[in-house]
Ligand binder design. Sequence first.
Ligand SMILES: [Mg+2]
Length: 221
Amino acid sequence: MRQSVLVSDFDGTMTNNDFYKLAAARLLPATALESWQAYREGRLTHFEALRQIFSQIRTPVAELEALIHEMGLDASLAGDIARLRKAGWQVVVTSAGCAWYIERLLTWAGLEIGPHGDLEVYANPGSYSEQTGLVMSRPENPLFRSQELGVNKAGVVAQYRKQGFQVAYAGDGWADLDAALLVGPDLRFAKADLAQALRERGETFHFFETWTEVAAALVAA
Ligand SMILES: [Mg+2]
């Protein structure tokens, strides 16, 4: 049987809320989102915008961890991943956000991360302290590193395709567009800004609201 992998964005795709938006709304002054605006206007990379926002956080770790919980991870994620794996689908997260909060949230949901675990995570490495804020860096592996996003989402998809995998992609943001365009329309799942960007290009895809719908569609296929 041909090996299959679902490559998925994290913030806004596996969760209801984006970490950067929650952090800006709850923990940072209104000026914190100026970096994001600069990214939208093409004056900063996506990576640099998030790096600047994250570096301003100075809250105690316990409060920051409480905020991560508020991202609202899809409640059926662990069960969905188990069903996907049983149906022959590996799951890989590819995120232009930071591994610091992604790995925490997934671990709290009872998931084991790694090549022999429940799912793998490609995200920008980071560490947190009240003194430094959340310090995010680009991945070291050049195959999966991008100037624009830090993590090279399209590079992750391309690597699996090169290895002969059937690849599905799910995402919700502009940063997901290049990766989503590398998979066939039947295996392309989109919502929010990604859905809009695909429509504007006349590209077809499956619209989804919650990640559990993506899992159900692939398990049933
Ligand atoms: Mg997203």
